[in-house]
Ligand binder design. Structure first.
Ligand code: HEC
Ligand code: HEC
Length: 363
């Protein structure tokens, strides 16, 4: 008993010392930018996402995600402080954008649409970019920084400008143990922020969750989702490529997008650039269909304006060209069936990924 009391007294005095130190350091309030981007627990995956961030091989931590959120939205990563990742991948458009191709530094235009990266923490194959040239989100993240028409910087200059922003060092320490700012750490932090952008709990997910329950009564909306689902996986065979929890096989297929029938050539050779395989000419990565309503126009070149026109493209069997995927053929869908497939895709609008730019950054 006596021993116990002594131990208690020691703990109490240690605690008191701790208090004093804490008081001294908190006399100056934490910087305003911390309030705008507090450390938060990792988000739980929404309904329909069967994986957890914690089970990833090198999982994000609340600290890497906080740092990554700043870096993602920070325009100082570009050569003239005008462009951040969010310039082209906007939260409100499911981290894509509403233009057919992207406009980067000094108004320069690229030739591909900025894809959505929601639910990319889990992919069937590690393929990033429309042609799959990056093998991880980390590898992907530094690409735009050094791309002359995106952020127009060099990785070395980006690291130098981050090092000049003195308060950033503390957040690299918080995330990685030491203050060192390296390209690998920048990439990991941004990639971890991206991994937390998940979408689920859509009308479709709720229908999947409820339809086998005893008390389930089918609503009018659910009846439409069901018909669309049956077409998607049946007559229209969309699930040959749009499959799994994120509705993509993460593989490459040629649908004839960008084929110029008069000139008989492709505007963009796509996956062929990476694989040099003949069958990959004009093939692009299957994009996710989650929240697809949020970011028209569609396809790698933004050449199709609406979801209805996308389904009509499939209905006629794509654009004939020498490398058309053998999975693409005429579907003979009626107008009603086309409409049901559009409704089905609308039911994939989910939640969980929304964010806004932090109001303050380390400076
Ligand atoms: C100027 C516009 C622009 C900026 C800025 C930009 N991106 Fe992109 N992003 C694109 C375009 C366009 C593509 C598709 C390019 C391709 O596939 O060749 C893309 C592709 C991606 C992909 C691949 C998604 C997938 O499904 O394969 C990810 C992830 C991504 N960007 C993240 C980022 C991050 C992180 C940053 C900031 C460091 C960033 N982007 C900055 C336009 C931009
Ligand atoms: C052979 C594989 C395959 C099949 C089958 C398929 N898709 Fe696709 N889908 C793709 C690929 C690949 C792209 C991107 C093509 C490109 O940009 O060149 C795509 C793009 C899309 C897009 C545009 C998404 C965006 O973000 O731009 C929608 C919508 C879509 N598909 C819906 C469907 C529907 C509905 C069906 C069934 C009628 C279907 N797909 C069948 C592979 C397929």
């Amino acid at each position: 008993m006596k021993k116990y009391l002594m131990a208690m007294a020691m703990v109490a005095s240690m605690f008191a010392v701790g208090q004093v130190i804490a008081d001294e350091t908190t006399t100056s309030a934490p910087p305003a930018w911390e309030k705008e981007n507090p450390i938060k627990p990792l988000p739980k995956p929404p309904l329909g996402i069967e994986s957890t961030l914690q089970s990833l091989k090198n999982p994000p931590t609340p600290e890497t995600v906080r740092l990554g959120r700043w870096l993602y939205f920070d325009k100082r990563l570009s050569s003239d402080n005008t462009i951040s990742c969010a310039t082209c991948h906007l939260p409100e458009y499911a981290f894509s954008e509403l233009t057919p191709v992207s406009t980067g530094i000094h108004g320069k235009k690229g030739n591909r649409k900025a894809p959505s990266f929601i639910n990319q923490a889990w992919t069937i194959y590690p393929h990033f970019f429309w042609d799959g040239r990056a093998g991880s989100l980390e590898e992907q993240a530094l690409g735009p920084v050094a791309n002359p028409i995106e952020m127009g910087n060099t990785v070395e200059d980006m690291i130098a400008s981050l090092s000049d922003i003195k308060p950033y060092a503390a957040y690299f320490k918080e995330a990685f143990g030491t203050e060192e700012i390296t390209k690998d750490r920048v990439a990991k932090a941004i990639a971890d922020y991206e991994r937390t952008r998940m979408s689920g709990n859509s009308a479709y997910d709720q229908w999947q969750e409820n339809r086998f329950k005893d008390a389930y009564v089918e609503s009018k909306e659910d009846a439409i989702i069901k018909k669309g689902f049956e077409l998607f996986n049946g007559k229209a065979e969309c699930n040959q490529c749009h499959l799994g929890q994120n509705f993509t096989d993460s593989l490459f297929h040629n649908l004839g997008i960008g084929w110029d029938a008069k000139e008989e050539k492709l505007a963009d050779i796509g996956r062929y650039e990476v694989s040099k395989k003949e069958e990959d000419k004009g093939a692009f990565k299957t994009p996710t269909l989650r929240d697809v309503t949020k970011h028209p126009p569609y396809m790698h070149d933004g050449s199709i304006k609406t979801l209805k026109e996308v389904v009509e493209h499939y209905n006629i069997g794509g654009h004939a060209n020498p490398h058309l995927s053998t999975k693409i053929k005429k579907l003979n869908l009626t107008d009603e069936e086309v409409g049901l497939l559009v409704k089905f895709m609308e039911a994939l609008d989910g939640e969980g990924y929304m964010d806004v730019e932090p109001k303050a950054f380390p400076k």
